[in-house]
Design a protein around this ligand. Structure first.
Ligand code: NAD
Ligand code: DAU
Length: 354
């Protein structure tokens, strides 16, 4: 048996591939375009593992995807591939429309062609799992209840609008063509192999490099943080037992203002890698211009997933963030190699006006 994973050289996809192959004999065909966010070094421990078949390519390349489906006959497709960074979507939305909307559309069409020709039993067992985000629901006020699966879609950034569009396409391919789909909408992930353009890894690597820790606006925006391996276990569980056509919210019950996150990272670094001059890393915190249209608060109500499928996160924020900081301290080569690529140019462009 085989599954096709897309975007499996990225942050969450990479963690998913590593976890899957550590727990299962079932092979993975990993289709990834290797954009700036794709990093094969994350998967270096799988070198020579015949259960991991990596293919560089685009989910929107219909001929390639059709060939992979025909050749490997996967029993499921898990779609992680996307442009994922909100700030990049503000500077240049084109790639987000192309991959997140058009790419998902083309992938759905390739998969539909493959699935409709399967024998009845394989057809019934097949699954297309689409990995999406809580950002499709928009922004919450301070006292609003957390997002449930029935919240209306109110995306506010080019990124979240493109993900919302992809969710709608997935839904429509189920209702119209009967494609057996599942969708997960997850909150902010953190953990190993996270590209240092996102808040937590950026703060860790900047702190260690003695650089400013750029906090947008007043730093009181709230995100709901989930350790990446808990997201992976939720996806495995939904793939295994989720009801067809349903969406499942995934979250860690860990709402925190950004500034608290940054202080927590600084405290852990003060403890694990104290600065030579005895000062705290928090002295590097710098407030910078806010993100345009910045969503104020996200919060996920993950009770459906717990009630229906018995999933719960294994990590608290305290255990997960400690493991994360330890991982970055233990893997300076991974970080250095990421930083020597496009990442540097991006950081310059993003913060030069701040
Ligand atoms: P990422 O940016 O780290 O990785 C994305 C991966 O997709 C990269 O390896 C990239 O090379 C690949 N890719 C991009 N365009 C492609 C294309 N056209 N064809 C094939 N591969 C392509 O993203 P991530 O943080 O790992 O997120 C993975 C998925 O999870 C995304 O769909 C994202 O919307 C969703 N998500 C992310 C978070 C989060 O906190 N990071 C939370 C909820 C949902
Ligand atoms: O909620 C799920 C989403 O979480 C995913 O769908 C996205 O793919 C993922 O990137 C993430 O989006 P955010 O915009 O919430 O993540 P980011 O790490 O970019 O920012 C987290 C918060 O920190 C946000 O309020 C902006 C703020 N921030 C971010 C950066 C990079 C800063 O204050 N300073 C920074 O330098």
């Amino acid at each position: 048996m085989t599954i096709l994973v897309t975007g499996g050289a990225g942050f969450i996809g990479g963690n998913f591939v590593l976890d899957w192959l550590a727990k299962s004999e079932e092979a993975i065909v990993n289709l990834d375009k290797l954009t700036y966010a794709g990093n094969l070094e994350t998967l270096s421990s799988l070198e020579g593992n015949p259960s991991h078949i990596f293919v560089q390519g685009d989910i929107g390349d219909v001929a390639l995807v059709e060939r992979l489906l025909a050749e490997h006959k996967p029993r499921a497709v898990v779609n992680f591939a996307a442009e994922s960074h909100v700030d990049r979507s503000i500077h240049g939305p084109g790639d987000f429309i192309e991959t997140n909307i058009m790419g998902t559309f083309r992938l759905l069409e390739s998969v539909r062609g493959y699935w409709s020709a399967l024998p009845d039993a394989d057809k019934a067992a097949f699954r297309f799992l689409h990995v999406s985000t809580d950002e499709v629901y928009g922004s919450l006020a301070k006292d609003d209840p957390a997002f449930t699966e029935t919240n209306t879609y109110e995306p506010n950034s080019p990124y979240s609008a493109s993900k919302a569009a992809s969710d709608h396409l997935v839904r429509a391919w189920h209702h119209t063509y009967g494609l057996p789909v599942l969708t997960t909408n997850c909150s902010n992930n953190y953990g190993p192999y996270h590209f240092p353009e996102k808040l937590i890894p950026l703060m860790i690597v900047n702190a260690l490099a003695g650089k400013p820790l750029p906090v947008y606006g007043d730093g009181m925006q709230i995100r709901d943080w989930l350790y990446v391996k808990d997201h992976c276990s939720a996806i495995r569980r939904v793939l295994e037992a989720g009801r067809l056509g349903e969406t499942y919210n995934v979250g860690g019950w860990n709402e925190k203002p950004n500034i608290d996150i940054v202080h927590t990272v600084c405290k852990l670094l003060d403890e694990m890698r104290p600065k030579a001059d005895g000062s705290s890393y928090s002295t590097q915190i710098t407030y910078v211009t806010d993100r345009p249209g910045h969503d104020r608060r996200y919060a996920i109500d993950a009770r459906k997933l717990e009630k229906e499928l018995g999933w719960k996160p294994a990590e608290t924020f305290e255990t997960g963030i400690r493991k994360t900081v330890e991982w970055y301290l233990a893997n300076p080569t991974w970080v250095a190699n990421v930083q020597s690529g496009n990442y540097r140019e991006w950081v310059q462009k993003q913060y030069q006006a701040a």
